[in-house]
Design a protein around this ligand. Structure first.
Ligand code: TYC
Length: 118
């Protein structure tokens, strides 16, 4: 007789009606998937000052000065770059923060989030 059941949620005891108390353990395949992650993509434009983009990357994406400068230059040279990968809510909040800060400062800086490759 089994007295202690494993804690794993993927192993479930099956109740057999009118059995003699025997417990059968069935291993089920794991069905839960890790949550979809979202990447925040920032776009280049001709007007937003480089210093402002670097500041935004430091303030909202927790990048150090060197990393922020490298990402800003990648956007400037290639047209866009990924600033970070987050859960859906966090990515949406980062986009709101960037767009709000840019609008308040009068810059046309744009960014968006999209599902990251999984
Ligand atoms: N291209 C801008 C300039 O020359 C700088 C810039 C970089 C703007 C990155 C936006 O996401 C951006 N001032």
């Amino acid at each position: 007789m089994v007295t202690k059941l494993p804690k794993s949620p993927s192993i479930q005891p099956i109740d057999i009606p009118e059995s003699d108390g025997t417990v059968v353990l069935e291993r089920r395949t794991q069905r839960t998937q890790p949550p979809q992650m979202y990447q925040v993509v920032m776009l280049n434009d001709d007007y937003t000052p480089m210093e402002f983009v670097v500041m935004v990357l430091q303030a909202f994406f927790s990048k150090d000065l060197e990393t922020s400068t490298r990402i800003m230059l990648k956007i400037h040279l290639e047209g866009k770059a990924v600033c970070g990968v987050y859960s859906r809510d966090v990515a949406a909040t980062r986009v709101d923060q960037v767009l709000d800060a840019a609008a308040r400062a009068g810059h046309p800086l744009k960014c968006f989030c999209e599902p990251a490759a999984s």
